[in-house]
Design a protein around this ligand. Sequence first.
Ligand code: TIU
Length: 228
Amino acid sequence: MTQTAITLAAQPFDFSCDLASTALVIIDMQRDFIEPGGFGETLGNDVSLLSAIVPACQAVLSAWRAAGGLVVHTRESHRVDLSDCPPAKRNRGNPRLRIGDTGPMGRILVAGEPGNQIIPALSPMPGEIVIDKPGKGAFYATPLHVTLRKKGVTHLIFMGVTTEVCVQTSMREANDRGYDCLLLTDCTESYFPQFKAATVDMIHAQGGIVGWTSPSQGLLSALTPGPA
Ligand code: TIU
């Protein structure tokens, strides 16, 4: 891929990357979190908050694809025998349905089930990377770091859900592995608006201790420059 420099206004200061060494990482935009009847709802959450970001995510995904950028999708997903789901995760709290139980979209958070699929609006295209992850972070017990290193990726742009759980954990894991990370603030959501706001603040505080944050418009403009 030819080098295409991207610079956009962000917090705490401008974010710069090159398209050829940057991946768009879309965290867990799967039916289990976005649609009624999945894991998110069984935990007692209002899932309609999350579906509101889908159009903004679609706009970024389609511009990123048109520019020829690398796309990574993740799914929070366990093996059918739940051998990668520790009891400490499965037995936590008092949900109506636990991981592995059968709900209206099949077994909760289990690979291959209807609820585990990425929502149709953001479906992976052939050739895009899909990572099934058993934890909150996209790097824990997955081949993501090796895959990105092989492709020469140094910068990551994050979208997805939920902001303070799987997105933040993945950004912190990425930060520790040496990636520069940007979070698109209108392309991520939490079941708790105050947690989203706090997470965005804590990512870019202290000079970008975890990374950068910005609305998606800056990236869209950088990807589709108007006439000079
Ligand atoms: N993907 C992700 O964030 N998993 C969660 O369980 N999030 C909650 O906010 N529960």
